[in-house]
Design a protein around this ligand. Sequence first.
Ligand code: ZN
Length: 351
Amino acid sequence: MSTPTTQEPKWEQYASFSPKFEDKNHGKHTNGSPKELRRSVDYWFDDGNIILIVEETIFRVHTGVLSRRSEFFRLLFTIPQPEGAENRIEGCRTVTLADCLEDIEGMLLMIYDATPEIPAENIPPLERILSMLRMGTKYEIEAIKSVALKKLKGCFPSQLQNFPSSLQNDQASMEMGLVGAAKVVRIANEFGLYHLLPSAFLRLAMRHECQLVDCIDELSKDELKLVMVLGHILRSEQLKALTPLLLRTTHPDCESKDICQRAQTDIIQVLLASNSLVPIELFTPSNILFGEHTRWAGEADNSWSRVLCRHCRKLVISYREKAREEMWVKLGEHCGVEPWPPEQGISIPVL
Ligand SMILES: [Zn+2]
Protein backbone atom coordinates (compact mmCIF):
# COMPACT_ATOMS: atom_id res chain seq x y z
CA MET A 1 0.00 0.00 0.00
CA SER A 2 1.08 3.56 -0.37
CA THR A 3 3.41 5.08 2.12
CA PRO A 4 1.92 7.39 4.70
CA THR A 5 1.45 10.91 3.51
CA THR A 6 1.94 12.66 6.79
CA GLN A 7 5.16 13.26 8.58
CA GLU A 8 5.65 13.08 12.27
CA PRO A 9 3.63 15.99 13.63
CA LYS A 10 5.74 18.95 14.64
CA TRP A 11 4.35 21.39 17.07
CA GLU A 12 5.62 24.35 15.08
CA GLN A 13 3.12 23.44 12.39
CA TYR A 14 0.18 23.75 14.70
CA ALA A 15 1.00 26.15 17.44
CA SER A 16 2.42 29.57 17.56
CA PHE A 17 3.31 31.95 20.32
CA SER A 18 3.18 34.96 18.06
CA PRO A 19 0.87 37.44 19.70
CA LYS A 20 -2.22 38.22 17.73
CA PHE A 21 -4.24 39.82 20.47
CA GLU A 22 -3.43 42.20 23.20
CA ASP A 23 -4.86 42.60 26.61
CA LYS A 24 -5.78 46.24 26.45
CA ASN A 25 -7.41 45.94 23.07
CA HIS A 26 -9.10 42.66 23.65
CA GLY A 27 -10.80 41.30 20.59
CA LYS A 28 -8.72 43.05 17.97
CA HIS A 29 -5.72 42.03 16.00
CA THR A 30 -2.65 44.07 16.77
CA ASN A 31 -2.62 45.03 13.11
CA GLY A 32 -5.92 46.76 13.66
CA SER A 33 -8.25 44.41 11.81
CA PRO A 34 -11.20 43.68 14.02
CA LYS A 35 -11.82 40.14 15.12
CA GLU A 36 -14.50 39.25 17.59
CA LEU A 37 -13.27 36.76 20.12
CA ARG A 38 -15.69 34.59 22.00
CA ARG A 39 -14.99 32.91 25.26
CA SER A 40 -15.74 29.24 25.24
CA VAL A 41 -18.75 28.51 27.38
CA ASP A 42 -17.62 25.04 28.40
CA TYR A 43 -13.88 25.53 28.76
CA TRP A 44 -13.27 28.84 30.43
CA PHE A 45 -11.82 28.42 33.88
CA ASP A 46 -11.14 31.55 35.91
CA ASP A 47 -8.14 29.83 37.47
CA GLY A 48 -6.85 28.71 34.07
CA ASN A 49 -3.36 29.90 33.17
CA ILE A 50 -3.17 29.38 29.41
CA ILE A 51 -5.38 30.70 26.62
CA LEU A 52 -5.88 28.55 23.54
CA ILE A 53 -6.98 30.55 20.53
CA VAL A 54 -8.88 28.50 17.96
CA GLU A 55 -10.55 30.28 15.07
CA GLU A 56 -12.45 33.00 16.92
CA THR A 57 -12.90 31.20 20.19
CA ILE A 58 -10.66 31.40 23.23
CA PHE A 59 -10.33 28.67 25.84
CA ARG A 60 -8.88 29.39 29.27
CA VAL A 61 -7.48 26.12 30.50
CA HIS A 62 -4.68 24.74 32.63
CA THR A 63 -1.11 23.99 31.55
CA GLY A 64 -0.86 21.34 34.27
CA VAL A 65 -3.93 19.46 33.07
CA LEU A 66 -2.94 19.63 29.41
CA SER A 67 0.64 18.62 30.16
CA ARG A 68 -0.51 15.64 32.18
CA ARG A 69 -2.48 14.21 29.25
CA SER A 70 -0.51 15.43 26.26
CA GLU A 71 3.19 15.05 25.59
CA PHE A 72 2.86 17.68 22.90
CA PHE A 73 1.57 20.33 25.29
CA ARG A 74 4.04 19.30 27.99
CA LEU A 75 6.94 20.03 25.67
CA LEU A 76 5.30 23.15 24.31
CA PHE A 77 4.86 24.68 27.73
CA THR A 78 8.53 24.15 28.57
CA ILE A 79 9.50 26.56 25.81
CA PRO A 80 9.90 30.02 27.30
CA GLN A 81 7.66 32.72 25.96
CA PRO A 82 8.90 36.30 25.84
CA GLU A 83 7.47 38.31 28.65
CA GLY A 84 5.18 41.19 27.83
CA ALA A 85 1.56 42.13 28.00
CA GLU A 86 1.21 41.93 24.21
CA ASN A 87 1.62 38.16 24.45
CA ARG A 88 -1.16 37.79 26.93
CA ILE A 89 -4.89 37.78 27.27
CA GLU A 90 -6.18 38.51 30.76
CA GLY A 91 -2.69 37.91 32.06
CA CYS A 92 -2.43 34.41 30.54
CA ARG A 93 -0.03 33.14 27.93
CA THR A 94 -1.63 32.43 24.58
CA VAL A 95 -1.26 29.63 22.09
CA THR A 96 -2.86 29.83 18.67
CA LEU A 97 -3.90 26.45 17.31
CA ALA A 98 -4.61 25.83 13.66
CA ASP A 99 -7.21 23.12 14.23
CA CYS A 100 -10.92 23.44 13.70
CA LEU A 101 -13.10 24.38 16.62
CA GLU A 102 -14.95 21.06 16.77
CA ASP A 103 -11.70 19.08 17.00
CA ILE A 104 -10.37 21.18 19.89
CA GLU A 105 -13.68 21.12 21.73
CA GLY A 106 -13.75 17.35 21.32
CA MET A 107 -10.20 17.11 22.62
CA LEU A 108 -10.96 19.24 25.68
CA LEU A 109 -14.08 17.19 26.31
CA MET A 110 -11.93 14.07 26.42
CA ILE A 111 -9.30 15.74 28.61
CA TYR A 112 -11.62 17.39 31.12
CA ASP A 113 -14.89 15.50 31.05
CA ALA A 114 -14.72 12.05 29.52
CA THR A 115 -14.39 8.81 31.39
CA PRO A 116 -11.34 6.82 30.35
CA GLU A 117 -13.42 4.37 28.37
CA ILE A 118 -16.46 4.94 26.25
CA PRO A 119 -18.82 1.97 26.63
CA ALA A 120 -18.80 -0.33 23.62
CA GLU A 121 -22.51 0.11 23.02
CA ASN A 122 -22.01 3.83 22.79
CA ILE A 123 -19.94 4.01 19.64
CA PRO A 124 -19.55 7.64 18.72
CA PRO A 125 -20.24 8.65 15.14
CA LEU A 126 -17.44 8.17 12.71
CA GLU A 127 -16.57 11.87 12.45
CA ARG A 128 -16.06 11.98 16.19
CA ILE A 129 -13.80 8.93 16.12
CA LEU A 130 -11.73 10.41 13.31
CA SER A 131 -11.43 13.70 15.18
CA MET A 132 -10.23 11.79 18.25
CA LEU A 133 -7.65 9.99 16.15
CA ARG A 134 -6.38 13.24 14.63
CA MET A 135 -6.21 15.07 17.95
CA GLY A 136 -4.84 12.11 19.87
CA THR A 137 -2.06 11.65 17.34
CA LYS A 138 -1.22 15.28 16.77
CA TYR A 139 -1.16 16.21 20.45
CA GLU A 140 0.19 12.87 21.62
CA ILE A 141 -2.69 12.09 23.93
CA GLU A 142 -2.55 8.33 24.33
CA ALA A 143 -5.92 7.97 26.08
CA ILE A 144 -7.78 9.65 23.21
CA LYS A 145 -5.84 7.86 20.50
CA SER A 146 -6.34 4.43 22.00
CA VAL A 147 -10.10 4.92 22.38
CA ALA A 148 -10.32 6.01 18.74
CA LEU A 149 -8.22 3.06 17.56
CA LYS A 150 -10.28 0.60 19.53
CA LYS A 151 -13.48 1.91 18.00
CA LEU A 152 -12.02 1.83 14.50
CA LYS A 153 -10.77 -1.71 14.97
CA GLY A 154 -14.24 -2.71 16.15
CA CYS A 155 -15.84 -1.21 13.06
CA PHE A 156 -13.16 -2.38 10.62
CA PRO A 157 -11.98 -5.69 12.03
CA SER A 158 -9.09 -7.67 10.65
CA GLN A 159 -10.55 -11.00 11.78
CA LEU A 160 -13.12 -12.51 9.47
CA GLN A 161 -15.36 -13.73 12.27
CA ASN A 162 -15.80 -10.18 13.55
CA PHE A 163 -16.78 -8.64 10.24
CA PRO A 164 -20.50 -9.59 10.12
CA SER A 165 -21.14 -8.17 13.59
CA SER A 166 -19.21 -5.02 12.68
CA LEU A 167 -21.81 -4.41 9.99
CA GLN A 168 -24.54 -4.66 12.61
CA ASN A 169 -22.74 -2.22 14.90
CA ASP A 170 -22.53 0.14 12.01
CA GLN A 171 -26.24 0.01 11.34
CA ALA A 172 -27.01 0.48 15.01
CA SER A 173 -24.89 3.44 15.89
CA MET A 174 -22.27 4.58 13.45
CA GLU A 175 -24.44 5.84 10.63
CA MET A 176 -21.42 5.49 8.48
CA GLY A 177 -22.43 4.47 4.99
CA LEU A 178 -20.32 4.52 1.90
CA VAL A 179 -18.73 7.93 2.39
CA GLY A 180 -17.68 6.93 5.89
CA ALA A 181 -15.93 3.81 4.62
CA ALA A 182 -14.15 5.92 2.00
CA LYS A 183 -13.04 8.38 4.68
CA VAL A 184 -11.63 5.51 6.71
CA VAL A 185 -9.59 4.42 3.67
CA ARG A 186 -8.08 7.90 3.56
CA ILE A 187 -7.45 8.02 7.30
CA ALA A 188 -5.97 4.50 7.33
CA ASN A 189 -3.41 5.57 4.72
CA GLU A 190 -2.74 8.87 6.43
CA PHE A 191 -2.07 7.32 9.83
CA GLY A 192 -0.54 4.05 8.68
CA LEU A 193 -3.50 2.02 9.97
CA TYR A 194 -3.27 -0.40 7.08
CA HIS A 195 -5.07 -3.21 8.85
CA LEU A 196 -8.27 -1.19 8.62
CA LEU A 197 -8.07 -1.12 4.82
CA PRO A 198 -9.40 -4.57 3.88
CA SER A 199 -12.60 -4.16 5.91
CA ALA A 200 -13.09 -0.63 4.64
CA PHE A 201 -12.59 -1.70 1.03
CA LEU A 202 -14.90 -4.65 1.50
CA ARG A 203 -17.65 -2.36 2.74
CA LEU A 204 -17.19 -0.33 -0.43
CA ALA A 205 -17.04 -3.39 -2.68
CA MET A 206 -20.29 -4.71 -1.20
CA ARG A 207 -22.20 -1.79 -2.68
CA HIS A 208 -23.31 -1.47 -6.24
CA GLU A 209 -20.86 0.44 -8.42
CA CYS A 210 -23.34 3.20 -9.17
CA GLN A 211 -23.38 4.12 -5.47
CA LEU A 212 -19.68 4.84 -5.56
CA VAL A 213 -20.37 8.20 -7.13
CA ASP A 214 -21.17 9.44 -3.62
CA CYS A 215 -17.61 8.95 -2.45
CA ILE A 216 -15.72 9.73 -5.61
CA ASP A 217 -14.11 12.76 -3.96
CA GLU A 218 -12.77 10.69 -1.09
CA LEU A 219 -11.02 8.01 -3.16
CA SER A 220 -8.14 8.13 -5.61
CA LYS A 221 -8.46 6.56 -9.06
CA ASP A 222 -6.40 3.58 -7.95
CA GLU A 223 -8.58 3.12 -4.91
CA LEU A 224 -11.72 3.25 -7.03
CA LYS A 225 -10.21 0.65 -9.34
CA LEU A 226 -9.44 -1.54 -6.36
CA VAL A 227 -13.05 -1.27 -5.20
CA MET A 228 -14.18 -2.42 -8.66
CA VAL A 229 -11.75 -5.34 -8.69
CA LEU A 230 -12.83 -6.40 -5.22
CA GLY A 231 -16.46 -6.10 -6.27
CA HIS A 232 -15.86 -8.59 -9.09
CA ILE A 233 -14.04 -10.97 -6.75
CA LEU A 234 -16.83 -10.67 -4.23
CA ARG A 235 -19.47 -11.56 -6.82
CA SER A 236 -17.40 -14.50 -7.96
CA GLU A 237 -17.07 -15.76 -4.38
CA GLN A 238 -20.76 -15.21 -3.80
CA LEU A 239 -21.53 -17.39 -6.80
CA LYS A 240 -19.18 -20.06 -5.45
CA ALA A 241 -21.15 -19.99 -2.23
CA LEU A 242 -24.24 -20.84 -4.26
CA THR A 243 -22.62 -23.81 -6.01
CA PRO A 244 -24.68 -26.53 -4.28
CA LEU A 245 -27.87 -24.67 -5.16
CA LEU A 246 -26.91 -23.98 -8.76
CA LEU A 247 -25.77 -27.57 -9.34
CA ARG A 248 -28.57 -28.96 -7.18
CA THR A 249 -26.10 -30.90 -5.13
CA THR A 250 -27.61 -32.47 -2.06
CA HIS A 251 -25.84 -33.69 1.06
CA PRO A 252 -25.08 -37.45 1.17
CA ASP A 253 -27.29 -37.67 4.28
CA CYS A 254 -30.10 -35.63 2.71
CA GLU A 255 -33.43 -36.37 4.34
CA SER A 256 -35.41 -36.00 1.13
CA LYS A 257 -33.51 -35.45 -2.05
CA ASP A 258 -36.65 -34.69 -3.98
CA ILE A 259 -37.82 -31.93 -1.64
CA CYS A 260 -34.35 -30.43 -1.28
CA GLN A 261 -33.76 -30.28 -5.00
CA ARG A 262 -37.10 -28.55 -5.50
CA ALA A 263 -36.15 -26.16 -2.73
CA GLN A 264 -32.82 -25.47 -4.43
CA THR A 265 -34.56 -24.61 -7.67
CA ASP A 266 -37.00 -22.36 -5.83
CA ILE A 267 -34.24 -20.55 -4.00
CA ILE A 268 -32.31 -19.88 -7.18
CA GLN A 269 -35.46 -18.69 -8.90
CA VAL A 270 -36.24 -16.30 -6.08
CA LEU A 271 -32.71 -14.98 -6.16
CA LEU A 272 -32.81 -14.53 -9.92
CA ALA A 273 -36.25 -12.94 -9.82
CA SER A 274 -35.14 -10.39 -7.23
CA ASN A 275 -31.93 -9.84 -9.17
CA SER A 276 -30.12 -10.56 -5.97
CA LEU A 277 -27.52 -13.04 -7.11
CA VAL A 278 -25.04 -10.23 -6.75
CA PRO A 279 -26.01 -8.93 -3.34
CA ILE A 280 -26.43 -12.34 -1.77
CA GLU A 281 -24.43 -10.58 0.86
CA LEU A 282 -21.83 -13.14 1.69
CA PHE A 283 -21.16 -11.36 4.96
CA THR A 284 -24.53 -10.17 6.06
CA PRO A 285 -25.69 -12.14 9.08
CA SER A 286 -29.26 -12.78 8.03
CA ASN A 287 -30.09 -13.21 4.40
CA ILE A 288 -32.54 -14.89 2.11
CA LEU A 289 -30.76 -18.21 2.43
CA PHE A 290 -30.67 -18.56 6.16
CA GLY A 291 -33.52 -16.47 7.47
CA GLU A 292 -35.86 -18.11 9.94
CA HIS A 293 -39.00 -19.63 8.41
CA THR A 294 -38.06 -18.52 4.95
CA ARG A 295 -40.73 -19.24 2.38
CA TRP A 296 -38.83 -19.47 -0.80
CA ALA A 297 -41.65 -19.65 -3.28
CA GLY A 298 -44.05 -17.20 -1.78
CA GLU A 299 -46.71 -17.22 0.90
CA ALA A 300 -49.48 -18.57 -1.25
CA ASP A 301 -47.60 -21.63 -2.32
CA ASN A 302 -47.11 -24.68 -0.17
CA SER A 303 -43.62 -23.47 0.48
CA TRP A 304 -42.93 -24.91 3.91
CA SER A 305 -41.94 -28.13 2.28
CA ARG A 306 -39.44 -26.33 0.11
CA VAL A 307 -36.96 -25.48 2.81
CA LEU A 308 -33.69 -27.35 2.65
CA CYS A 309 -33.20 -30.18 5.09
CA ARG A 310 -30.70 -29.59 7.87
CA HIS A 311 -27.96 -31.51 6.10
CA CYS A 312 -28.35 -29.66 2.82
CA ARG A 313 -28.49 -26.42 4.71
CA LYS A 314 -25.19 -27.31 6.34
CA LEU A 315 -23.76 -28.02 2.92
CA VAL A 316 -24.74 -24.55 1.69
CA ILE A 317 -23.33 -23.00 4.85
CA SER A 318 -20.02 -24.81 4.39
CA TYR A 319 -19.71 -23.48 0.83
CA ARG A 320 -20.53 -20.06 2.10
CA GLU A 321 -17.90 -20.26 4.84
CA LYS A 322 -15.29 -21.35 2.33
CA ALA A 323 -16.20 -18.49 0.01
CA ARG A 324 -15.98 -16.05 2.91
CA GLU A 325 -12.55 -17.30 3.86
CA GLU A 326 -11.29 -17.07 0.30
CA MET A 327 -12.68 -13.57 -0.03
CA TRP A 328 -10.96 -12.54 3.19
CA VAL A 329 -7.57 -13.82 2.06
CA LYS A 330 -7.91 -12.13 -1.33
CA LEU A 331 -8.88 -8.87 0.37
CA GLY A 332 -5.60 -8.79 2.24
CA GLU A 333 -3.63 -9.62 -0.91
CA HIS A 334 -5.27 -6.95 -3.02
CA CYS A 335 -4.98 -4.32 -0.30
CA GLY A 336 -1.29 -5.18 0.12
CA VAL A 337 -1.64 -5.78 3.84
CA GLU A 338 0.81 -8.16 5.49
CA PRO A 339 0.50 -10.20 7.53
CA TRP A 340 -3.14 -10.83 6.79
CA PRO A 341 -5.07 -11.62 8.78
CA PRO A 342 -2.82 -10.50 11.61
CA GLU A 343 -2.55 -12.66 14.67
CA GLN A 344 -5.22 -11.83 17.18
CA GLY A 345 -4.11 -9.52 19.92
CA ILE A 346 -1.44 -7.84 17.83
CA SER A 347 -1.89 -4.13 18.14
CA ILE A 348 -2.16 -1.98 15.07
CA PRO A 349 1.01 0.01 14.52
CA VAL A 350 0.42 3.73 14.49
CA LEU A 351 2.77 6.24 13.01
ZN1 ZN B 1 -31.48 -32.32 1.88
